[in-house]
Ligand binder design. Structure first.
Ligand SMILES: [Zn+2]
Length: 197
């Protein structure tokens, strides 16, 4: 409909969550018409972030360092490992709950239909950590969805086979609710009233 480069920009913008064809078109035209400096900053920031940000080698969260700041922090309690689905969940727990342990970020959940098996969600790295580290309790904070529960069972088996205590956070949340959208109080309560599996 527009010239090829504008069309290309519009379809590129549609990778953003919640952006359909109409809003992608509006964004593209806004950037090109009125926000050329901002658009250049956006392009540079994207390229720089894509180039430098990768997964933390210990917990798989997104980090521009080889190992993220939480994993490197010697004051964090390495005996507690909280397992979450996404970097946004780490942020939510950090902001809401007084959790002083460390994290492991799955970057997904077991979903064989989508081709997400144990390896894709880092189970080999987690196994290594459970073997080498001084983890005494694994706290599973995956979302209460079907895939989240399946993932939880898988991890619980993994930890129990190494005689590590396993608990699952309580969910005062609507079924299928995503952790990152919980309010701080609910999340803090869910973590403190976790139950042993
Ligand atoms: Zn890390």
């Amino acid at each position: 409909m527009f010239s090829p480069l504008i069309d290309k920009l519009i379809s590129a913008l549609r990778v953003l969550p919640g952006v359909g064809p109409k809003s992608a078109q509006r964004m593209a035209l806004q950037l090109l018409e009125h926000q050329r400096e901002g658009a250049a900053r956006l392009a540079q920031a994207l390229v720089a972030a894509l180039d430098a940000v990768d997964r933390c080698k210990s917990c798989r969260t997104l980090s521009e360092d080889d190992e993220c700041s939480i994993c490197r922090n010697p004051r964090r309690d390495a005996s507690q490992l909280c397992i979450v689905e996404s970097p946004a969940d780490v942020l939510a727990i950090e902001q809401a709950a007084s959790f002083s342990g460390k994290y492991f970020v799955l970057l997904g959940r077991l979903s064989p239909i989508d081709g997400l098996g144990p390896k894709e969600i880092g189970m080999d790295i987690l196994e290594r950590r459970l073997q080498e580290d001084e983890v005494k309790e694994v706290i599973i904070a995956t979302n209460p969805t079907v895939e989240g529960e399946a993932t939880s069972h898988y991890i619980a088996d993994l930890a129990k086979s190494r005689s590590i205590k396993v608990s699952r956070i309580a969910h005062g949340v609507p079924l299928g609710g995503e952790l990152e959208y919980l309010d701080g109080g609910t999340l803090a309560h869910a973590l403190s009233s976790r139950r042993e599996l």
